[in-house]
Design a protein. Structure first.
Length: 563
């Protein structure tokens, strides 16, 4: 507990990077990090296979930052990411982890923003380039030397890049880099196409796979809730209203998150405390004692800090942040259901973490059913039930002990017993909302502006991602959400022009030179059609299709603005 960065320090990272990690509050490396960091530091080529949310960014960013020579003001590290969002995320992570490395600069290179400033940042000596392949190729067209000093290459989410049709761009990029470079490839899956790339462009790569061992979970009722990351605190507050818990442990990833959530809970009147690696051993023991004897009901902890907690009162485990692997999920939820009691475990899942949920289900051999965020009516019912439960046991004796007082107060005030009882209720419930209209208006129930619809959008987006346009989602009349990195394009050709999806597909494949996976959903209507295409490199693609004709008519494909 005392040297909480120990896990990272043992990996041989640069001291300045360890200092930055302390500042962001990471306590220990995730499994992919402890395996990949030494391999990358040693300069090997590597293939890393792990799900989303397992901490891959730090797995390559930390060792590569340790290897950069900041005195050299030229590009040394290139990260390729499939979409602009992911590229920006990775660039931000590099900036965070290099806070204590003066002179280190990161540039993000992606389509949809002017090229000039990106090129300028590269020329001014950014050592790290994080790019989407399409835009990077555009830069190479202007200056074939941009990548001539790159010593380390990372393909992040390689499978996604291929799905978006970046195969040819990748080949161009590989050719523009020195052969002596180190190459690292991360992918959730390793289809044949990825293996082929690895075979061609990586040198004796070490293969790292976060294999999930089968785990057993018993007597614990499990459920998950789909939620957008910025709605987590509100979701926890709402769930706590309806969950009937005795003591509860909430798991988050960072120290800061333990503090933030614990204070949000305290502000709502819960007896909650944070537990993380910064907390001294004796204080930590006090927290656990308090949880045992009921002075505390909720502990918000990181995995490291919660190790070994055995408190039979714990009825609930909330996985507020996703665990890194199924094994740690099983450890976490094993904090409840102690001494043969039944426990309940809830898992918050953001859209991009859906796959990890599936892995957990597969490894534990159990379905983790979905729950919805409780609505105002359910919250109100739960509040009234709690009030009923707290008052019911008093009714039998209270009249004997306090009946005379009641008579006197009603006389003194000059009110009915009903009026007095109502006043006492008001006082006892401390301003808590106990009618539907007020509960509906309450802050946590309306998270942010239009919070609930947004959650729904995200969720549907993720599902259509998985190719699911099944009936259950159709019933909502919302427009079909796009996969990240794709945009919808429109042509004025439709069924009345004799167009079918296969004509459109054929034309785009042949003349646009895209891979089949790069093309998303195609919708053919009477007077127009829509097709989903990769955003990156879109202008170039539309350029190629400028003169394309389908069924004898000009295709004239244009980006379609939905709003
Ligand atoms: P992936 O690329 O595998 O999907 P990310 O690298 O985006 O995963 O990491 C997911 C989240 O986990 C990020 O919010 C990141 O800050 C956090 N994270 C990564 N490593 C650690 C760690 N060792 N301790 C705590 N949080 C971490
Ligand atoms: Mg990632």
């Amino acid at each position: 507990m005392t040297q909480e960065i120990g896990g990272f320090a043992a990996l041989g990272l640069h001291p300045n990077i360890l200092a930055a990690l302390t500042a962001v509050g990471y306590e220990e490396p995730s499994p992919i990090q402890s395996q990949a960091i030494p391999v990358i530091l040693a300069g090997h080529d590597m293939i890393g296979q792990a799900q989303t949310g397992t901490g891959k960014t730090a797995a390559f960013a930390l060792p590569l930052l340790s290897k950069i020579d900041t005195a050299k003001r030229e590009p040394q590290v290139l990260i390729l990411a499939p979409t602009r969002e992911l590229a920006l995320q990775v660039a931000t992570a590099f900036e965070t982890y290099s806070k204590q490395m003066p002179g280190l600069n990161v540039v993000a290179v992606y389509g949809g923003a002017p090229m000039g400033p990106q090129l300028k940042a590269i020329r001014q000596g950014a050592q790290v380039i994080v790019a989407t392949p399409g835009r990077l190729v555009d830069h190479l067209r202007r200056d074939e030397k941009v990548l001539s000093t790159i010593q380390h290459l990372v393909l992040d989410e390689a499978d996604e890049m291929l799905k978006l049709g970046f195969m040819d761009d990748l080949e161009v990029i590989f050719e523009a880099m020195p052969e002596s470079r180190q190459s690292v490839l991360f992918s959730a899956t390793l289809p044949h196409s990825i293996r082929a790339i690895a075979e061609k462009h990586l040198r004796e790569p070490q293969h790292i796979k976060i294999a999930a061992k089968t785990q057993t979970v018993s007597r614990i009722e499990q459920a998950h809730l789909m939620i957008h990351a910025d709605q987590k605190t509100n979701a926890v507050l709402r769930l706590l209203e309806v969950e009937d818990f005795d003591a509860l442990i909430a798991f988050v990833r960072t120290k800061q998150a333990t503090l933030d959530l614990a204070s949000a809970l305290e502000a709502k009147g819960y007896k909650a405390a944070a537990l993380n690696g910064d907390i001294a051993q004796n204080q930590r023991e006090r927290v656990i004692e308090s949880l045992k004897d009921g002075r505390l009901d909720i502990v918000v902890a990181t995995d490291v800090a919660a190790r070994g907690i055995d408190v039979p009162r714990i009825t609930h485990v909330f996985n507020v942040d996703m665990p890194y692997d199924p094994e740690s999920y099983v450890h976490r939820i094993g904090r409840t259901g102690r001494a043969g009691r039944d426990g309940r475990a809830l898992l918050l899942v953001t859209p991009r973490e859906r796959r990890m949920l599936q892995v957990i289900e597969r490894v534990t051999g159990q379905k983790v059913g979905e729950v919805k965020l409780p609505n105002a009516q359910q919250v109100l019912d739960a509040r009234i039930k709690k009030l009923t439960n707290s008052l019911a046991p008093l009714v039998a004796d209270a009249e004997a002990s306090h009946g005379d007082l009641l008579d006197r107060l009603t006389t003194d005030i000059g009110c009915s017993p009903r009026a007095l009882a109502a006043a006492l209720l008001k006082k006892a419930t401390n301003g808590q909302a106990l009618d539907l209209a007020t509960v509906e208006r309450e802050q946590p129930l309306v998270p942010g502006a239009g919070g609930a619809p947004r959650e729904r959008r995200e969720r549907d987006g993720e599902r259509s991602d998985r190719g699911g346009e099944r009936g259950e989602f159709r019933e909502r009349r919302a427009p079909v959400p796009l996969t990240e990195g794709r945009v919808r394009c429109r042509t004025a050709l439709g069924t009345r022009d004799g167009i079918a999806a296969k004509n459109l597909l054929g034309a785009i494949l042949n003349e646009g030179g895209l891979a089949r996976e790069a093309i998303g959903r195609i919708q053919i209507r009477e007077t127009f059609s829509l097709v989903e295409l990769p955003e990156d490199g879109l202008d170039r693609l539309l350029g190629k299709l400028k003169d394309t004709r389908v069924a004898g008519k000009a295709l004239k494909l244009r980006r379609y603005r939905e709003d």
